[in-house]
Design a binder for this molecule. Structure first.
Ligand code: NAD
Length: 499
């Protein structure tokens, strides 16, 4: 049994769709069971959005768009700051809610998910009145200005691994730039998004500016991606779904940005500081049960330090405290669902079939009290170039280890998957740090650290990890359309057709 709740009142949680400023049931009355991954008990049932509900939400967002785009940027910022104040006053509740819905240890939701959500919203509130255009030095007598205008109605589809934080990544810049939004949270973890919508309503966001339609991908997600009146889709999720999003969005040629899967290489060179690289590499893969697109899930070790590194790394992995996510001492919670747990466990057989050794973990823990949750021991396996466990995203506390003999081989191994999202390297050689960072084909490289993310720094990938960026000033370009305006204030234009 999970610990008792201190801040969340389950009976008061919003459970309907949020459309046009109102809480409504789905048109056909369907519902979704939302469960706690610690024991797979039902937390509550919520309304499920189907295609017709998405249509209603898009219509509400379209109706709200002209007025919202005309709201002064400073006022949009003020509302976002007000939202942050509201969230801060409900800090404990949000942390606890995210913990029971996702399985993130409360230690993490208190120190990462909720504070980072606030940081991101505040950053984009601050950016709202700084989205300026430019003036191009064209021929004399003409003024050419490039304005950045909102793209219109934005559809946002997000996964289950960081639901609250993704609200700030997606809603923050979209709203700052003057767009209206229809967001589809994951059917697995919709609760904090619905609660956030309630807070937005309370602090005065106009009706229709943000609409929340929890539902399944093949119904609500598909409709949002294909909807003819949606101007842009911002998607975070798997590469397989990303391809479907592109196909669905083709008809009205909407703008698309895709944040997809990853198989992050994490290289430890022979000159690395071993204790720091051991701790950092453990955080890179085991934080959030490895359910992170940027997880350092491929450990590449120089052969001269591999044994020493692995001794320490395995000892650390085996000491990670699995437990009730509501217990402040817990360092690792359960995976999001029994289905996902099984998917990760299946990779153990793949690993054996490929002739690789499991160095530690590989099983659901036998600890009393954890047997009803979707737990998996921190798992470290050997892998060779070309193995499935070397190249496929497992999305669990599962890291593969491959040895290399020199820098060129390390770079070749790092680049030997179809993905290119997060990556890391550990070295005390400054020249090597720059050289290897340049050579890794990825959207993000961390040197002597891992998984650093800041709202000012662009987040996204290359190759099968997608295109476009969340965060940074770069993402504001994703949510605005440049418009070039020419004004003749004093130019004498010779006639093209002299008569
Ligand atoms: P998923 O692709 O199954 O689902 C993501 C979202 O898409 C969910 O809301 C789902 O309901 C929706 N969806 C599913 N099918 C759809 C369809 N046909 N049309 C429209 N929407 C559809 O991914 P997931 O299992 O929820 O999340 C894990 C994946 O997300 C991993 O691959 C992970 O790497 C990736 N991810 C990427 C980033 C990033 O920033 N690059 C961040 C987090 C997670």
């Amino acid at each position: 049994m999970p610990s008792s709740l201190k801040a969340v009142d389950i009976n008061k949680l919003p459970r309907q769709l949020f459309i046009g400023g109102e809480w409504v049931d789905g048109i056909d009355g369907a519902t979704i069971s939302v469960t706690n991954p610690f024991d797979n008990s039902e937390i509550c049932r919520i309304a499920e959005a189907r295609a017709a509900d998405v249509d209603r939400a898009v219509a509400a967002a379209r109706a709200a768009f002209p007025a919202w785009a005309a709201v002064p940027a400073s006022e949009r910022a003020r509302l976002m700051h007000k939202l942050c104040e509201k969230m801060e006053s409900c800090f404990d509740e949000l942390a606890e809610l995210e913990t029971i819905d996702t399985g993130h240890p409360i230690k993490d939701t208190r120190f990462l998910d909720v504070p980072r959500t606030l940081l991101n919203f505040r950053y984009f509130a601050g950016m709202a009145d700084k989205i300026d255009g430019r003036q191009v030095p064209v021929e004399s007598g003409f003024l050419n200005v490039v304005k950045r205008q909102p793209v219109g109605v934005v559809g946002q589809i997000v996964p289950w691994n960081f639901p609250l934080m993704f609200c700030s990544w997606k809603l923050g810049p979209a709203l700052a730039a003057g767009n209206t939004v229809v967001m589809k949270p994951s059917e697995i973890t919709p609760l904090s998004t619905l609660r956030l919508a309630e807070m937005m309503h309370e602090v005065g966001f106009p009706a229709g500016v943000v609409n929340i339609v929890p539902g399944y991908g093949e119904h609500a997600g598909q409709r949002l991606a294909e909807h003819p009146d949606v101007n842009k889709i911002s998607f975070t999720g798997s590469t397989v779904t990303g391809r479907k999003i592109i196909a669905a969005s083709a008809d009205n040629l909407k703008r698309v940005s895709l944040e997809l899967g990853g198989k992050g290489p994490n290289i430890v060179f022979e000159d690395a500081v071993i204790p720091a690289s051991v701790g950092g590499s453990a955080f890179a893969i085991f934080h959030n049960q490895g359910q992170a697109c940027i997880a350092g899930s491929r450990l590449l070790l120089h052969e001269s330090i591999a044994d020493d590194f692995l001794d320490k790394f395995i000892t650390l992995a085996e000491s990670i405290r699995l437990g009730d996510p509501l217990d402040p001492a817990t360092e690792m919670g359960p995976l999001t669902s029994p289905m996902h747990q099984q998917r990760v466990l299946n990779y153990l057989q793949v690993c054996r079939d490929e002739g690789n050794r499991i160095l530690t973990g590989g099983q659901a823990p036998q600890t009393p009290g954890l047997e009803t949750g979707n737990f998996l021991q921190p798992t470290i396996v050997e892998a060779k170039l070309g193995d499935r466990v070397f190249s496929e995203e497992v999305f669990g506390p599962f890291v593969s280890v491959t040895r290399f003999s020199d820098e060129a081989e390390a770079i070749a191994l790092a680049n030997a998957t179809e993905y290119g999202l997060g990556s890391g390297l550990w070295t005390t050689n400054l020249a090597r740090a720059h050289r290897v960072a340049d050579a890794i084909e990825a959207g993000m490289v961390w040197v002597n650290c891992y998984k650093r993310v800041h709202p000012g720094s662009p987040f996204g990938g290359v190759g099968q990890s997608g295109f476009g960026r969340d965060l940074g000033s770069e993402c504001l370009h994703e949510y605005t359309e440049p418009k070039s305006i020419w004004i003749n204030y004093d130019a004498q234009i010779p006639p093209y057709y002299p008569r």
